[in-house]
Design a protein around this ligand. Sequence first.
Ligand code: ATP
Ligand code: ZN
Length: 313
Amino acid sequence: MLPTTVAAATEAPPAKPVRDRLRIAIQKSGRLADPARELLAACGLSWRESRDRLFCYGESLPIDLLLVRDDDIPGLITDGVCDLGIFGRNVALEYDSARRSRGLDSSYSEWRALGFGACRLDLAVPQDFDWTGPADVEGLRIATSYPNLLSDWLAGQQIDAEVVQLMGSVEIAPRLGQADIICDLVSSGGTLAANQLKPVHTMMQSEAIIVGPTGELDETRARIADQLMRRLDGALSAREGRLLLLRTNRTTLDAVLAELPPGETPTITAVDGGAEVSVQVLSRGAVSWQRLEDLKRAGANGIFVLPVEGMLA
Ligand code: ATP
Ligand code: ZN
C-alpha cells in the first residue's frame, strides 16, 4: 500500500471556482471614476450598486464593476481578482517598472487607449531655477510618487540624483525643504504655477487605458470581453464621429464631394426625380465652421451635423 503522504501529493489541487461573469476594476472616486463609468454606460452596461459601493452587479450584461483606488487595479489584475481594469497609463508603467526591478515580466497588457484623463509626467523646478537641460538634475533631491519611472529615467540619462518618494502633495515638497525639484503629473499646469514651480521636461504622456491579462481568459469570459471590446470600439469611434447630411444639385455634386471632411465613403441618394441629391457621410472628427462654409460655397444646402450615439462596424 502506498504511504498516505504520496497519495496526498498526487491528488489534484482543489479547482479554483470558475467565474462566468467578467469583472472590471475602475477608480472608486477621483478623476477617472466618472469618465470610466460613462464610457462603460455608453457600451450599454448598467449596474445595481451594493450598499458599500465597492461592487456593482452588472444587469444588462454579465459584467460587474469593482470600485477601488486606481493604484490597486494592476495588482488585482495580476492576481486574477479582476479581468480588466481602467486606469492611467502612468500607474500601469510605474507598476511594470517596479515588477521589472524585481525581475518579473509585465502581468497585463494595454487593450485600448480611452481618450480621457490626459496628463504628462513632468520634471518641474522652482520658478527661479535656471534650467538648461536634464544634466541640471545631477545631485539634486527629486520628490515623486513615481519612484520607479523616475529611477529608470535617471539611469537612462546616466544621472545620479536622490529620489524622495512621497505618496501625495508632491508639489509642496520644494517649499517644505524636502526636495529641490519634483517629478509629478501635470495636466493644465495650474497646480505647479500655484506652487511657484515650472515644468521643464516631460518624461511620459499618459491617458486612461483599459487593460486585460497577458494570458487568455477562459472561454466564457473571453466571449463577454470580445463583445465588450466591440461595443467599446463603437463607443470610442462614435465619440469622435459626426454624421454630416446635406443636399446639393447634381451639377455641383463633384465640387461638394471635394469639400467633404475625411471619413467613410459618402452615401448619395437621388431626390426630386434626380436633379437634387442628398449626401450622407460619417466624419471621423468634429466638422469645423470653415468646412461648412466651404461646403455651402461649393453648392451644398440644408447642411446638418449630428452627434453619433452608437456605431457597430
Ligand atoms: P486614488 O484615491 O484612486 O488613488 P488618486 O489621487 O491617485 O486617487 P486622481 O488624482 O484621481 O488619483 O488621478 C487619477 C489619474 O488621473 C492619474 O493616475 C492620472 O492618470 C490622471 N490624471 C489626469 N490629470 C491629472 C493631474 N493633473 N494630476 C493627477 N492625475 C491626473
Ligand atoms: Zn491613486
